[in-house]
Design a protein around this ligand. Sequence first.
Ligand code: XMP
Ligand code: MG
Length: 178
Amino acid sequence: MFTTGNGPVQIPEAAIRARVKELGEAIARDYQGRTPHMICVLNGAFIFMADLVRAIPLPLTLDFISISSYGNAYKSSGEVELIKDLRLPIHGKDVIVVEDIVDTGLTLSYLLEYLEARKPRSLRVAALLSKPSRRQVEVPIHYLGFEIEDAYVYGYGLDRAQFDRNLPFITSIRPEEE
Ligand code: XMP
Ligand code: MG
């Protein structure tokens, strides 16, 4: 059986499904007549990405990038290591970055700078989760799933010490348990 956390954030499977469908519809409206190029930020966004692209009824292309912030998952240092680069060029493309969670914003800010340097035609962000109370740098999120309070969340692609990515829902543990 799947275990559930006892923290303040609990997002059931049906709520995620409904929200991802809305985000897909919003993207489809905004990118009508264009071909979005979706970039999944591994590992945490892999399930969100898989569901999101299937909710966008447009021709699209996609790619994966893997980055890792130094420090532990809860305390981002802002220094980011590129683990796996993109395979496809993004020059001139309508890029949408797909992230699992924006916390301090440092990782996304680094990534946007990295991608911007490759001169896409446009660059937007879809993030499943955001913890606005933790933000250290301003980052744009054009398509946001859920705003959540400050707790360590996992499930639906996000890990708890590498486990629990396969939970179909999102749950949390209290910060003091970290
Ligand atoms: P920053 O602080 O740079 O961090 O916005 C973003 C990255 O940190 C990880 N992160 C989490 N991962 N549960 C997780 O499983 C969380 O509550 C959490 N908060 C931050 C995540 O990799 C994200 O991309
Ligand atoms: Mg991540």
